[in-house]
Design a protein around this ligand. Sequence first.
Ligand code: MC0
Length: 150
Amino acid sequence: MLTRIDHIGIACFDLDATVEFYRATYGFEVHHSEINEEQGVREAMLRINGTDDGAASYLQLLQPIREDSPVGKWLAKNGEGVHHIAFGTADVDADSEGIRDKGVRVLYDKPRRGSMDSRITFLHPKDCHGVLTEIVTAASAQAPGDSSGH
Ligand code: MC0
């Protein structure tokens, strides 16, 4: 069951400058940052609030590290802006299979590793009224030892 907005992914050309905008304008601080080589991004997670299920909601600022990555391609075509929305669940495997059974293209056979050792998959934007949609199970919601994303 999807229980919260885990994050909103925002594509940017300059991560440091964008982080500074969110800090100076709204007071949001960086909770976590990392490079995800597989996804081709450098990212910063800005924690917005805690949620009813004990997890949290974030803004995820994304700068591509390769032009041919999903975010790199999207930025070249659209410029900066909202790239995707991510819903949180305690069970990304079950929920993505359930969504696949409804005829929506789930992009990965098995969830992969996301930010902060979460497990993630994506739904094709053309099947979601133009919105690239991510499903996330936070590391805190996973069984012990199940943080590989595979
Ligand atoms: C592409 N399209 C989008 C879109 N990206 N529509 C809405 N929102 C987006 N973000 C549209 C294009 O405009 C195009 O439409 C069509 O989808 C095909 O896009 P393409 O780029 O030409 O071709 P593909 O098929 O190579 O790539 C699209 C696809 C890809 C969604 C499959 O971007 C993908 O695999 N995304 C999932 C992974 C991802 O986004 N990773 C980055 C965030 P037209 O009408 O022109 O045909 S990583 C992340 O977020 C992790 C770190 C985390 O959360 O922890």
